[in-house]
Ligand binder design. Structure first.
Ligand code: SER
Length: 338
């Protein structure tokens, strides 16, 4: 008999870390953690099995399902926006072909055990592309259907995978004689810039927020690569995990869409600096914009409208900007570097 399990890809990344912690504390389902890098010991202990491997390796995925029956997939593995710009072809392979492999796997698993496989997929504010800062200001809080003109490979990849997820859920093999709906239950969140005290993101463009806070806590000067007035929405990791948990638990009838915006608070880089300085008054934070990277941030909305998530599955962030700093970032980061 194969054992039932939840598959988490990108398990060592910033979201994977928090998610596996949550599964460890509340869920009795075995977790299979997959990441391109070996998991650290602390995380490894919380999983039934952890595998260092590539989501593009279809043989690896097949070996996995010979032993485990997959009942849910949290597909977190991706190359983030800055890194993807340096290696767009690789990004496309990992972000799109990797996702396709996992959607196929979800469908195949559902055919085996007869239940739809929830497929939780973090998308991003990078799917939006505002043409200039004037328009960005005017647009304010953007809805899911607005300004879907990504300017990065990562944003294009996420946008297309949202469509693939919807397709696999609603229309996959629609012309086949034995076509059955309901194999994949794709649910996606468009995350804002995520901030964690536990892990540093690698290769994102919203990373300046995390870098600024961690540098201040370590007493290192920080040169911020966007300008003072660059503004995007943010969320701390506990809220990101909460939103994933709520969306995963929502009854299917409650969902009016497959892809939802979520956000907690929006700050300019200067406001972020001021908050960091109020906790670390000696921090040295300079603005030295790197125009190409700063431009990417300028194409992302300054706020998103997350009212469908609030209405459909009662989403509400726990952390305002003040609470994020006072109750999560500062205590967590002080512990990390003390
Ligand atoms: N944090 C991501 C990035 O910067 C956006 O979702 O690439």
């Amino acid at each position: 008999m194969r054992k039932p399990a939840v598959l988490v890809t990108g398990a060592s990344g910033e979201v994977g870390y928090g998610l596996i912690d949550l599964f460890d504390s509340v869920d009795d389902m075995d977790v299979i953690a997959l990441d391109i890098k070996p998991l650290d010991d602390q995380l490894h202990e919380k999983c039934a099995v952890s595998i260092a491997g590539d989501i593009l390796d279809e043989n690896l995925l097949q070996r996995l399902v010979s032993e485990y029956e997959i009942h849910a997939i949290y597909h977190l593995a991706a190359l983030l926006s800055t890194r993807a710009e340096y290696t767009p072809d690789t990004a496309h392979r990992v972000n799109v072909e990797g996702t396709l492999n996992l959607l196929k796997l979800a469908h195949e698993q559902a055919r085996w055990h007869g239940h739809a496989v929830p497929f939780l997929f973090p998308s991003s504010i990078a799917v939006y592309g505002l043409p200039d800062t004037e328009t960005k200001k005017r647009a304010g809080r953007v809805r899911e259907i607005d300004w879907n003109f990504p300017t990065t490979m990562y944003g294009c990849n996420k946008s297309y995978c949202e469509m693939l997820g919807r397709y696999y859920t609603l229309h996959y093999r629609q012309l086949a004689a034995d076509s059955v709906r309901g194999g994949v239950d794709f649910r996606s969140l468009r995350f804002p810039g995520l901030i964690s005290v536990v892990t540093m993101p690698t290769g994102g463009t919203s990373d300046y927020a995390v870098e600024m806070i961690h540098a201040a806590a370590q007493g290192r000067p920080y040169d911020c690569f966007v300008s003072e007035d660059a503004k995007i929405p943010f969320m701390v990791m506990p809220d990101a995990i909460k939103s994933l948990r709520l969306l995963a638990a929502a009854p299917a009838e409650a969902l009016t869409q497959r892809v939802y915006n979520v956000t907690s608070f929006s700050l300019t880089a200067a406001e972020l600096r001021d908050r960091v300085l109020s906790h670390f008054p000696k921090a040295v934070i300079r603005f030295r914009p790197d125009p190409p990277r700063a431009r990417i941030v300028d194409t992302w909305p300054e706020d998103v409208d997350d009212s469908p998530a609030r209405k459909d599955w009662k989403w509400e962030p726990d952390y305002s900007a003040s609470r994020a700093f006072n109750d999560y970032l500062i205590p967590g980061i002080s512990r990390l570097y003390s």
